[in-house]
Design a protein around this ligand. Structure first.
Ligand code: GAR
Length: 217
């Protein structure tokens, strides 16, 4: 079966990109990365892609007169490489409605909170400030509104007494690296059906797993 072709957009560290690279290295994984695009030439994630022999492109937004013209340049790179699904992996730019509509239901994003709670750039600080006892991460289909769209996969982690942004971010990041490959796998296997603002996932069976925080002893 042909593997789903991914275009991954990054702006920085690229640890989620690295998790996708690691999953795609398994020949039985149903997707492959055909291009990594960064809007920053010094993004660390570019090194992960190069080390894995994956094509990279830098499209710096400073060179474009507005958001849509930048997005059209990114689009041209993605189409040129045959990308079928766009994965935002720490891509810290809002996309134009033109791009979101052109790639309708074919853009996924990862965000470090249990959406729809705590949208935006300071999700960990928001969770701590709210006194949340659980937070986590969400992989979702992208809509024009920031950090919104049909939810594909979520993982929850406890927010522990004494947590600061860094300790909570580290706990969530471990889950991000599991959730992003899982979401891509579900899409590639045709197990995701988008119904308006929600995603229906074809999953065998059900579990009675649960998480209570603080845990009951
Ligand atoms: C990740 O924690 C991701 O969830 C977050 O940026 C980080 C990128 O890390 N994305 C957002 O906050 C999007 N709203 P990475 O470059 O190591 O993958």
């Amino acid at each position: 079966m042909p593997r789903l072709k991914l275009g991954v957009l990054i702006s920085g560290r690229g640890s989620n990109l690295q998790a996708l690279i690691a999953s795609c290295a398994d020949p039985s994984f149903p997707a492959e990365i055909v291009i990594v695009v960064s809007n920053k030439s010094d993004a660390k994630g570019l090194d992960h892609a190069r080390a894995a022999g994956i094509a990279t492109a830098v499209v710096e937004h400073g060179g474009y007169r507005n958001r849509e013209s930048f997005d059209r340049a990114v689009h041209d790179v993605l189409v040129g490489e045959g990308a079928e699904l766009v994965c935002l992996a720490g891509f810290m730019r809002l996309l134009s409605s033109w791009f979101v509509e052109t790639w309708h239901d074919r853009i996924v994003n990862i965000h470090p909170s249990l959406l729809p709670s705590f949208k935006g750039i300071d999700a960990h600080a928001q969770a701590i400030a709210a006194g949340a006892k659980l937070s986590g991460c969400t992989v979702h289909i992208v809509r024009a509104e920031m950090d919104a769209g049909p939810i594909l996969v979520q993982a929850a982690v406890p927010v522990l007494p004494g947590d600061d942004e860094d300790s909570l971010a580290a706990r969530i990041l471990t889950m991000e690296h599991k959730c992003y490959p899982l979401a891509v796998k579900l899409i590639a296997e045709g197990r995701v059906q988008i119904d308006g603002d929600t995603a229906i996932i074809d999953m065998p069976g059900d579990t009675d797993d649960h998480i209570i925080s603080p845990s009951v002893r």
